[in-house]
Design a protein around this ligand. Structure first.
Ligand SMILES: *Cc1c(COP(=O)(O)O)cnc(C)c1O
Length: 478
């Protein structure tokens, strides 16, 4: 397709600005740009067609089944956007006097009240822009907490080996060393290995539950107690909150902080579909270290306050407000009964799909799963040469998005499937049929799968080259 720069024609434009009705401000000469900015010059139909064409080449949750494990690609109800688009929300400015945006602050406080109820925490900040950003924020608070207690020798964060890569990355950005704990054969944390790893240098633990292999940690209360006894703090990676929301609460399991991925669990767009939101909830002991701009009700008005020993700001202003409106809409729509119902349906859908596939595909872990399940294609690869990547490409030809591949790292030739609660039995049955056909194909005609996909806009890409030599800027001919 043509790039937007290739559609550009000198003098073509699509903005219709009103007459200037404020005093003209002359930009100082030294601040002026030396060269003209080369923006594409296109009409409104050009822009509309450009983005429509782009949208047709990609695949989103509105196109079809999207069981991307760990990402919770559920359907985002349209009423969320309707509420976020209300002029009183969409048209406000972060520098507006706070008495003119009382409703927006009430949104924060209401969302905080509901999400602390769901997580069992005391307070919540909406400043972090994504899950990984929430991890970073929380670890900065851990550090500030230990420092305030004059406990500065604590420089290690314990992370189980099945964790998302962002956990050790966040620890290292805060200047902590990561101590890896091996999982047991059954996928759960090895409690004895954990006991052996803690000490006076333990700053805290980062635990994902249900874990990244879709299992609920059986010894969770014991795990958090071990860390607390050693003087450390417990961090709950809440990316997988979907199967437990409204049923059990991290705050009751001994955790001091939890991050939520609003864009996973609470039905707001992911990545390219819109900004994310990774609020963190914390217990009372960490309140004074929270980021700035904490909204509070003082007498009969809402104000922004600065916690006493705040770690400072981790983001401009207050986080992605429009996303918080969407999440709040979702929670209020589902209500106290709908939230746990969504969670149990997510678990039911995953177990149904796993059971329909487990006679052919090797499931990595025995027994029921939570919201996602992990299969290993090691045997298939040995017997046919077909890899998890080839299977994923074959799935694309069925008008479905593949599952997460090669994650978690502890499972070889992994495919991790998370159907979510918003898929119907018919959709899951169609997916099961496609997976089963691909399995047969791997044994009858492996070469066919090696060259898949056949029916997508772009065939198989060179993934290494795409990652190592991406071309991210337009090269003008002159
Ligand atoms: C998605 C995810 C994260 C990171 O969240 P982002 O919003 O993508 O930064 C962290 N941990 C787990 C287990 C996740 O699935």
């Amino acid at each position: 397709m043509k790039l937007v720069f290739e559609r550009s024609q000198p003098g073509r434009y699509n903005a219709m600005l009103p007459e200037l009705d404020v005093p003209k401000y002359e930009i100082p000469k030294e601040l002026e740009r030396e060269q003209e900015l080369r923006l594409p010059e296109v009409s409104q139909p050009d822009v509309s067609r450009h983005y429509t064409e782009l949208a047709k080449q990609t695949f989103g949750v509105n196109d079809g089944f999207y069981p991307l494990g760990s990402c919770t690609m559920k359907y985002n109800p349209k009423i969320n956007d309707e509420m976020a688009g209300l002029p009183g929300f969409a048209g406000i400015h972060p520098l507006q006097p706070v008495h003119t945006v009382q409703g927006a602050l009430e949104v924060f406080k209401t969302a905080e009240a509901l999400l602390t109820e769901i997580t069992g925490m005391d307070y919540m900040t909406f400043q972090p822009a994504a899950g990984a950003h929430g991890e970073l924020t929380a670890l900065l608070m851990f550090k500030a907490y230990h420092k305030a207690n004059n406990d500065v020798k604590r420089n290690k964060i314990i992370v189980p080996d099945a964790a998302h890569g962002t956990n050790p990355a966040s620890a290292s950005m805060v200047g902590y060393q990561t101590v890896n704990i091996k999982s047991k054969e059954n996928g759960l944390v090895d409690v004895e290995a954990l006991r052996a790893a803690v000490g006076e240098d333990t700053a805290g633990l980062m635990l994902t539950n249900p874990s990244t292999v879709g299992l609920f940690e059986e010894n969770i209360a014991e795990i958090t107690q071990i860390i607390h006894d050693a003087g450390g703090l417990n961090y709950y990676d809440g990316a997988n909150l979907n199967p437990i929301m409204g049923i059990v609460r991290p705050g009751d399991m001994g955790f001091d902080v939890v991050h939520l991925n609003i864009h996973k669990t609470f039905s707001t767009p992911h990545g390219g579909g819109g900004p994310g939101s990774g609020p963190i909830g914390c217990k009372e002991i960490l309140k004074e270290f929270m980021p700035m701009y904490y909204p509070e009700r003082k007498e009969d008005a809402f104000v922004f306050t600065t916690p006493g020993k705040t770690i400072g700001s981790v983001k401009g202003f207050y986080g992605h407000f429009g996303i918080v409106v969407r999440a709040l809409t979702y929670i209020l729509t589902l209500g106290q009964e709908g939230i746990p119902e969504a969670a149990t349906n997510a678990v039911l859908n995953a177990n149904y799909m796993m059971s329909q596939l487990s006679d052919l595909f090797d499931m990595k872990y025995e027994g029921p799963c939570m919201h996602e399940f992990v299969m290993t294609l090691e045997r298939m690869k040995k017997e046919t040469g077909v890899t998890a990547l080839d299977v994923a490409k074959g799935i694309l030809d069925n008008g479905m998005h593949p599952p997460t591949m090669y994650f978690p790292n502890v499972v070889h030739e992994a495919l991790m499937v998370e159907p979510t609660e918003t898929e119907s039995k018919e959709t899951i049955d169609a997916a099961v049929k496609a997976y089963r056909e691909i399995y047969q194909k791997a044994y009858s005609d492996p070469e066919y799968l090696k060259a898949a996909p056949y029916h997508t806009f772009i065939r198989r890409v060179d993934e290494v080259k795409a990652a190592r030599q991406p071309i991210l800027s337009y090269q003008f001919e002159d």
